[in-house]
Design a binder for this molecule. Structure first.
Ligand code: PLP
Length: 398
């Protein structure tokens, strides 16, 4: 558990992304040191006893604290505007730790229907086993959220923009609904990152990250984080984390620290390239529909503009010819990465119906609007003209 770093509090986002949280050692290293150590030594038996008793602050064991992980946590906490951040071993363990820390048997959760597939499995298959029930509602239907809240509802959970269709939730309005019913609002901020959207400032209580995506940004490591206040995150979520152990490794914390240093500039570049590509896609005769909140044709373009500083790097679009058409476009590419991962410098392309959303029933996919001709692109940092040419290879076959 790590408090945010106050030294750079009044500095701009990009400055904090590069500088916050570093505590140099006596060696005077310029870059952040990586503390690959599982445990820590004490000066004396009395010193050890004081640490274990909590009379003195300091490291004991890296399941509890590690200086490199702390560095990452402080940097992320200041970027999200949270009191506390905790690093986790993956995005999924960030979500699991949040629910294990905050909920008990008999509690109820209302979740957006448009969430990461594995998060859905966590709710349906595992949390349900421990007596935590979840109801799913349409992300943008505020009345449905309110109607789904029961006396035992403890948390509302959502991702915005959603995957893959880029639907936008009104975080401020949902936060008002959550507060009126004494619920915690939890936002998975994976698609925007704090560079584009800061849910805590809009009234959310907790922000979740898969650091695997844009925070690393270069496809190198799996990790996650939970950000919020000193009680919810610093005590309750951290308490579970240090006990159960899905903590972030110092090696990965170091990767993510380096990722954060370029986050601001990368998110601007991803967003600019995605907007250019989305506008171009809308003009292609083989493309039936484009889902990107940066386009005026998007039903929540105005809300996205108000809530986010830019629109991010993920585009979904439907091509002619259903699944066969979509697969043709994927298979005609020569260097795009055919993978379900996203948030990378390398552009990735996937067919949600048969990959990320393949475990849903047909009815659930219909409800979620995942059609068979839908493709999702995570726009990387290659030249946009080259990305267009890659897609054109497939479009000419349709
Ligand atoms: C990938 C992802 C996760 C899970 O993160 P992992 O690091 O893969 O465990 C959670 N939420 C969203 C929105 C994601 O894209």
């Amino acid at each position: 558990m790590t408090q945010s770093d106050d030294r750079l509090k009044d500095k701009q986002f990009a400055t904090r992304a590069v500088r916050a949280g570093q505590a140099r050692t006596h060696e005077g290293e310029h870059s952040e040191a990586m503390f690959l150590t599982s445990s820590y030594v004490f000066d004396s038996a009395e010193h050890a006893a004081a640490r274990f008793a909590g009379d003195e602050e300091g490291n004991i064991y890296s399941r509890f604290t590690n200086p490199t992980v702390r560095n990452f946590e402080q940097r992320l906490a200041t970027l999200e505007g949270g009191e506390v951040a905790v690093g986790t071993s993956s995005g999924m363990s960030a979500i699991l730790s949040t629910f294990m820390g905050l909920l008990a048997a008999g509690d109820h959760v209302v979740s957006s229907r448009s969430i990461f597939g594995t998060t859905r499995v966590l709710f349906d298959k595992y949390l349900a086993k421990f007596g935590i029930e979840t109801d799913f509602v349409a992300l943008t239907d505020l009345a449905a959220w309110e109607a789904a809240i029961q006396p035992n509802t403890k948390a509302l959970f959502l991702e915005t923009p959603s995957n893959p269709l880029n639907e936008i939730a009104d975080i401020k309005k949902l936060s008002a609904i959550a507060k009126a019913h004494d619920c915690i609002l939890i936002v998975d901020n994976c698609f925007c990152t704090p560079a584009l959207q800061r849910p805590l400032a809009l009234g959310a209580d907790i922000v979740i990250h898969s650091a695997t995506k844009y925070i690393d940004g270069q496809g190198r490591g799996v990790g996650g984080a939970v950000v919020g206040d000193a009680d919810l995150v610093g005590e309750q979520v951290y308490g579970f984390l240090r006990t159960a152990g899905p903590t972030m490794s110092p090696f990965n914390a170091w990767l993510f620290l380096k990722g954060l240093e370029t986050l601001d500039i990368r998110m601007k570049a991803h967003s600019a390239a995605a907007l250019e590509l989305a506008i171009w896609l809308e003009q292609q005769p083989q493309v039936e529909k484009v889902f990107y909140a940066g386009l005026p044709s998007h039903p929540q373009h105005a809300l996205a503009k108000q809530q986010q500083s830019d629109f991010g790097g993920i585009i979904a679009f439907e091509v002619k010819g259903g699944q066969a058409g979509a697969w043709k476009v994927i298979d005609a590419t020569t260097w795009l990465s055919i993978t379900a991962n996203l948030g990378d410098t390398k552009t990735t392309i996937t067919h949600p119906e048969t990959t990320t959303h393949g475990r849903l029933t047909q009815e659930e996919r219909d409800l979620a609007g995942i059609r068979d001709g839908l493709l999702r692109i995570s726009v990387g940092l290659e030249d946009v003209a080259d990305i267009k040419a890659e897609l054109q290879c497939g479009f000419v076959l349709l």
